[in-house]
Design a protein around this ligand. Structure first.
Ligand SMILES: Nc1ncnc2c1ncn2[C@@H]1O[C@H](COP(=O)(O)OP(=O)(O)OP(=O)(O)O)[C@@H](O)[C@H]1O
Ligand SMILES: [Mg+2]
Length: 367
C-alpha cells in the first residue's frame, strides 16, 4: 500500500464506522485491499446486525465517504465494501516487473489484479500453455501482447526463449525489431506468416520425435537444451479469414501438441466466434484474457462461459483472466507506451554487439 493513501483509508474507515453506528448497525472495518482501480474494505458487523441492514445503507455510506459509487457484497472475508480508488494507479510494465522479480522461468507478466497483486502466467503449465486474448477495439489487446512479449524478452536470454511475432496490420510489434529473441523480423505478410507457422510446426514435430523439451525451471537450464518458442499473433481473425484452411490446420496442430515441445501460441482477436475459430482450436486455448466486449453474448463467446460481465469492463487494459474451473481474475494489464518500449529495446539491443554483453539486468537475475 502506498503511504500517501493510508490517511485516506483511515479516514474512510472511520466514516464507515460512524455511519453504521449512527444507523444502529454497528460494525468495524477489519482490513481491505487496494487495487489499481478499486478499493475494498472488509467489514465485520456486530453479531446482532443483519446483512440487509448494512446493504440498505449503501447510499448513505457513499455520501459520507464522498465516493461516486459503493457496492456492498458478502464474501469470504465478511461484508465487502467496494469503491473506486481516488488515485487509480497506472500499472507500468517496468515498475511491476521490478516488483514481481524474481519471475520464474517461462513465466509471463500480465498485470496487476484488482486486489493489488502482480498476475503471472506460467507457459509450461497445462492451465496456460496457449493464450487467447479477446476484446473489442480499444480494449487493449495489442498493448497486452506487447506487454507479454516485452516481459518475456526482459526476463529470458535468447538461448532460453525465442519469439515469433505475426501482425497483419504491422502496428503491434515494430518496437521488437532487432531484438535477438526474434529470429525473424515481425511478420506482416500472410504468406510469410503461413510459412513461419508451418516451419514452427515442423520444429515441434522434430522435437517430439527426439524427445526434446525446454527446461521448466532455472535449475534445469543446461547449455544444450532447446529454447521455448512463443508465437504471438495479433488480429488472428485476419489470418484465419484470408488464408483459412491451411492456417486453421497448422494452428490447430500447434495448440494441440505444442506445450510439450515448448511451443506456445498467444493470439488476439476481436471476435473469437465459432465462425472464425474452430471449436477444436478454441478448446485448446486453456487461458483466455478477455477485455471489454460489446455485449453479454460476446462476453460468453470470448470467455467460454456465462456470467463474466466482460461487457461491463472499462477497456484500455481492464481484463479478466478466465481459465479452467476457477473464478475469473480481474486485472489491469501492465502497460508501456510504444515509444518508450522502442527506446527500451533499442537501448538494450540497438548496437551490433553480441547478445551476451547486452543482456538486461532483469534477465541476469532470473536465470
Ligand atoms: N494496459 C493499459 N493501460 C493503459 N492504457 C492502455 C492499456 N492498454 C491499452 N491502453 C490504451 O488503449 C488504447 C488501445 O489499446 P490497443 O491498441 O491495445 O487496443 P486493441 O484492443 O488492440 O484495439 P484494436 O482492436 O482496435 O486493435 C492504447 O492506445 C492505449 O492508449
Ligand atoms: Mg489491436
Amino acid at each position: 500500500m502506498s503511504h500517501s493513501l493510508r490517511p485516506y483509508l483511515e479516514y474512510q474507515a472511520d466514516r464507515v464506522e460512524a455511519v453504521l453506528a449512527a444507523h444502529r448497525a454497528p460494525g468495524r472495518v477489519t482490513g481491505g485491499t487496494v487495487g489499481p482501480r478499486l478499493i475494498r474494505f472488509f467489514l465485520n458487523p456486530a453479531p446482532n446486525i443483519r446483512f440487509a441492514a448494512i446493504k440498505r445503507l449503501a447510499d448513505d455510506l457513499a455520501l459520507a465517504m464522498q465516493v461516486p459509487t459503493l457496492t456492498i457484497e458478502r464474501g469470504k472475508e465478511g461484508i465487502i465494501l467496494e469503491f473506486s480508488n481516488p488515485n487509480p494507479r497506472p500499472v507500468t510494465l517496468l515498475d511491476l516487473l521490478a516488483e514481481a522479480m524474481p519471475i520464474p522461468l517461462s513465466t509471463v507478466l500480465l498485470g496487476l489484479t484488482d486486489t493489488g497483486a502482480p498476475l503471472l502466467a506460467r507457459l509450461a503449465a497445462p492451465e496456460v500453455a496457449h493464450i487467447l486474448v479477446a476484446g473489442t477495439t480499444g480494449s487493449g489487446k495489442s498493448a497486452l501482447l506487447r506487454t507479454m512479449a516485452a516481459s518475456l524478452v526482459l526476463t529470458h536470454t535468447p538461448k532460453l526463449l525465442e519469439l515469433l511475432c505475426i501482425d497483419p496490420k504491422g502496428r503491434t510489434f515494430p518496437a521488437f525489431q532487432g531484438v535477438p529473441h526474434l529470429k525473424r523480423r515481425p511478420i506482416t505478410q500472410i504468406p510469410e506468416a503461413l510459412e513461419a507457422l508451418q516451419s514452427a510446426a515442423r520444429m515441434m514435430e522434430a522435437r517430439d520425435r527426439r524427445g526434446e523439451e525446454p527446461p521448466t525451471d532455472s535449475d534445469a537450464v543446461q547449455g544444450t537444451s532447446v529454447p521455448r518458442l512463443v508465437i504471438f499473433i495479433d488480429e488472428l481473425a485476419d489470418l484465419l479469414m484470408q488464408g483459412e484452411a491451411p492456417f486453421t490446420d497448422v494452428l490447430t496442430r500447434l495448440v494441440q501438441r505444442g506445450r510439450q515441445a515448448g511451443v506456445h501460441v498467444v493470439a488476439a482477436t476481436q471476435h473469437p466466434s465459432a465462425a472464425i475459430l474452430s471449436s477444436v482450436m478454441r478448446a485448446n486455448f486453456p487461458l483466455r484474457l478477455v477485455g471489454r466486449v460489446v455485449s453479454a453474448e460476446d462476453a460468453r463467446v470470448a470467455s467460454g462461459r456465462a456470467g463474466t460481465n466482460a461487457h461491463l469492463l472499462n477497456g484500455r487494459g481492464d481484463f479478466l483472466a478466465v481459465g479452467g474451473g476457477e473464478e475469473p481474475i480481474r486485472f489491469q494489464a501492465a502497460y508501456m507506451d510504444e515509444k518508450d518500449l522502442k527506446k527500451q529495446m533499442t537501448a538494450l539491443y540497438g548496437g551490433a554487439a553480441p547478445y551476451a554483453s547486452q543482456l538486461p539486468m532483469l534477465a541476469m537475475s532470473s536465470v
